[in-house]
Design a protein around this ligand. Structure first.
Ligand SMILES: Cc1cc2nc3c(=O)[nH]c(=O)nc-3n(C[C@H](O)[C@H](O)[C@H](O)COP(=O)(O)OP(=O)(O)OC[C@H]3O[C@@H](n4cnc5c(N)ncnc54)[C@H](O)[C@@H]3O)c2cc1C
Length: 198
């Protein structure tokens, strides 16, 4: 493990206006940023390349203020991140779908984080092994190299791109409620309102 990568960072929190949740500010949950990043499954990674937006979904690993992404050395997104440019990562979980008696009040319960930072290529093979094994356990709790699968060789790891996105700041938002339409509690109003787990 390299000292630089393993350095514990403060919990990412909103610091500037870009992470201030304006719409439904009551749904801002900055204290749950780390929890949502630790529980999430897919990271949507967005950056600007030559003035054009670019967004790609990835599996990821989160640890103490760092989001790790891996792929082949030919991966265009990870190659672009080698130069330390700004990147934004969204991790969203759809929890429930919400049906309402009024069209405009259909909704969803969700947990989401938007994290801003910069990427850094990790070349150290020992650090790659540590992060990859931790990532595997995150997606497959209890799985162990040597027992459940053949561990990656140093050559495998050398031929893999690993990017550490150091989170500069982040925001978290969630909805956790039933139908909130004006007629959803009125049994005499036509239609139906319910919560369906996603
Ligand atoms: C849930 C999920 C998890 C994934 N996890 C990983 C991972 O951990 N590591 C990894 O290397 N790859 C992962 N992939 C594949 C990844 O999304 C990219 O397709 C791949 O990494 C190539 O990236 P690139 O930047 O080289 O894309 P390029 O091939 O250069 O992308 C060019 C264009 O192709 C289109 N494109 C690329 N990927 C997708 C896509 N997934 N869906 C729709 N259009 C696309 C976009 O329009 C994009 O602008 C995952 C995909 C999904 C859906």
């Amino acid at each position: 493990m390299t000292d630089e990568t393993s350095a514990a960072r403060p919990v990412p929190a909103p610091r500037t206006d870009r992470t201030r949740i304006r719409r439904h500010a009551d749904r801002a949950v900055p204290e749950r940023i780390e929890e949502f990043l630790l529980r999430g499954e897919v990271a949507h990674v967005a950056l600007v390349d030559g003035g054009e937006p670019r967004l790609i979904p990835f599996l990821y690993h989160y640890e103490a203020g760092h989001i790790y992404l891996h792929g082949s050395p030919g991966n265009a997104t990870l190659r672009l991140l080698r130069d330390g440019r700004s990147v934004v990562v969204a991790v969203t979980s759809l929890v429930d779908l919400i049906a309402s008696k009024t069209a405009a009040d259909h909704s969803a319960n969700y947990r989401s984080v938007v994290a801003y930072g910069r990427g850094r290529q990790i070349a150290d093979v020992a650090e790659k092994r540590r992060v990859l094994e931790a990532m595997t356990v995150r997606y497959f709790p209890g799985r162990e190299p040597g027992r459940d699968y053949t561990a990656a060789s140093d050559e495998d790891l050398a031929g893999m791109e690993l990017t550490d996105v150091e989170v500069d700041e982040a925001s978290a938002k969630m909805r956790d409620a039933g139908p909130l339409g004006p007629h959803d509690d009125d049994p005499n109003f036509p239609g139906s309102a319910f919560v369906r787990p996603a």
